[in-house]
Design a protein around this ligand. Sequence first.
Ligand code: PLP
Length: 376
Amino acid sequence: MDYNATTPVHPEVLEALLPFYREAFGNPSSIHWAGRNVKGALEEAREKVALLVGCDPAEVVFTSCGTEADNMAIKGVAAALRGNGNHIITTGVEHPAVLNTCLYLEHEGFEITRLDVDRHGMLDPERLEAAITERTILISVMHANNETGTIFPVGEIGEIAARRRVRFHCDAVQAVGRIPVDCRADTIHLLSLSGHKLYAPKGIGALVVRKGVKLHPLLHGGSQERNRRGGTENVAGIVALGTACELARRAMVEEAPRLRELRDRLETGIRERIPGVTLNGHPEQRLPNTANLSFSGTTADSLLMNLDLAGIAASSGAACSSGTLRHSHVLGAMGTEPVAAGGSIRFSLGRESAAADVEYLLDVLPGIVARLRGNK
Ligand SMILES: *Cc1c(COP(=O)(O)O)cnc(C)c1O
């Protein structure tokens, strides 16, 4: 129940990528037969990614992960548009890949506005527009939050960005493959995605850079990726990402309602069995697979430890920050007090989640919570 942290490689994705570690090992930049075949596979993958997120294939730049895509977008625009201004608008609930990139730029002399969210983790587009100044060069706002699943109004944000002539970067790592994502319809200039969040392997991601968007590269080198990212391409990873995007595009129509039903069963089941439970995140505008719940009178680490002993993998939020016992910056920005919130746990479902898994959780969790509350 931790699919927002990572996902297993889809069997069809694994089948598709294996030949590129065996016979099809050519360098896509080679002009001989060995390279040409591989180059074709690369361009096919680019088309599949583009089809899922609503952009042209030429606008897809493959990266090593979602973090690199976020860094490339934000630092790349900051460097390219430094002459126009130094102001960047983001939110307080972004993934560390965006938060810490902005923090770095702040130390380099950029001015960062971090917008608050309401108690549902929702962003107000009017407040975003009010934050735009003459010096604003970039808005970086995520599509769906990794901890709560709250979905931001990216269409409205894109409209504001277009009207005010500011670049819009969207970290859509949690959204791609789960809900419809459309760069054209939502006028998103730059969009980050990551393979391992949608059943492709770790170590592959992409940044969509729409035509006309000026961007300095992060990696200087050869002319790969139309001079936007040097380095010989991760061919197997790229083929895997393309395959995963195609599978997601086909499966989403049925998979999203299936996961929503399972997730709702998990949520109502927990509320029926356990008192003192609150939902963190927007009740409706939320990823279909995510439920973030607080259990009063408990702590997240003791809940997670006991769930782990029962064989259940869940998370206290960002996988990247678990192990540290800090209160989640996302829940903090929503105004939940660490103590009042109690232990906050994120359950995130995916492809292999079944009704029996939810029933098992509903069997064991009430006992765990009662025991922890009794110990206090
Ligand atoms: C996982 C995640 C990232 C980072 O992607 P990696 O491929 O793990 O570097 C960025 N943003 C969000 C919202 C994420 O959930």
